[in-house]
Design a binder for this molecule. Structure first.
Ligand code: GTP
Ligand code: MG
Length: 233
């Protein structure tokens, strides 16, 4: 298969993105999803399973997954990790008592291998509520500055008024799109294909083959995704 064909496949796949929205219960995930989709947000119940919406935005097809955040449901989050391009972590900025819980949950998500390629957007939601913490305070409380493994950004927003929802989603899409099309990624992609094929050949002959681990995880993730249906053997 020629490089041109591979690049064409990449281009097609880049138009579709999978976003996973997680956070503690009551953070406002479903409200954000509905508001973003132009729906009524006056009657929203806690999510016991998940909601998925497919939207067109800025020429991209977005598959947005919103999964219930109650403690008993969090063990199911892992069922939704696969192929995630963007992780949206929603925080109730007025819920001071559960900030530590919120930090811990986010921290363990970021250690998940299957999310290693995802860009992280933190929505400091409910900024319309008097007494809500501002995004700088949330940033510190969640230890965001210590995150070195993912691209991230925190945005203060309100799902009720709609303030800053677009700004957040636009940043996320720009970041995902940029990390998918840089020349560096193309090169890494081709390298990866060669490494992967070499690994298979070596393994077939009973040899072990160590992949280089010095590449940035998000690049690996995108390369794996973009080339998922390419087989050059
Ligand atoms: N004032 C205010 N209330 C909000 C905002 N976003 C959500 N809410 C309210 O917070 C409550 C919880 O919102 P949900 O969208 O159901 O929260 P969730 O994160 O989906 O919760 P789970 O489905 O249980 O995980 C609802 O009563 C919403 O109306 C916001 O920006 N401002
Ligand atoms: Mg919900």
């Amino acid at each position: 298969m020629g490089l041109l064909t591979i690049l064409k496949k990449m281009k097609h796949k880049e138009r579709e993105m999978r976003l996973l929205m997680l956070g503690l219960d009551n953070a406002g995930k479903t409200t954000i999803l509905k508001k973003f989709n132009g729906e009524d947000v006056s009657t929203i119940s806690p999510t016991l399973g998940f909601n998925i919406k497919t939207l067109e935005h800025k020429g991209f097809k977005l598959n947005i997954w919103d999964v219930g955040g109650q403690k008993s449901l969090r063990s199911y989050w892992r069922n939704y990790f696969e192929s995630t391009d963007g992780l949206v972590w929603v925080v109730d900025s007025a819920d001071r008592l559960r900030l530590e819980d919120c930090r811990q949950e986010l921290s363990s998500l970021l250690q998940e291998e299957r999310l290693s390629g995802a860009t992280l957007l933190v929505f400091a939601n409910k900024q319309d509520l008097p007494g809500s913490l501002n995004k700088e305070t949330i940033r510190e409380a969640l230890g965001l500055d210590d995150i070195k493994t993912h691209h991230w950004c925190i945005i203060g927003c309100s799902a009720v008024t709609g303030e800053n929802l677009l700004t957040g989603v636009d940043w996320l899409l720009d970041d995902i799109a940029a990390s998918a099309v840089t020349g560096e990624n193309l090169l890494t992609g081709v390298d990866w294909l060669l490494d992967d094929n070499a690994a298979r050949v070596f393994t077939a002959f009973g040899c072990t083959f160590n992949r280089p681990h010095n590449r940035r995880p998000y690049v690996w993730h995108h390369v794996r995704q973009r080339f998922a249906d390419v087989n050059i053997v």
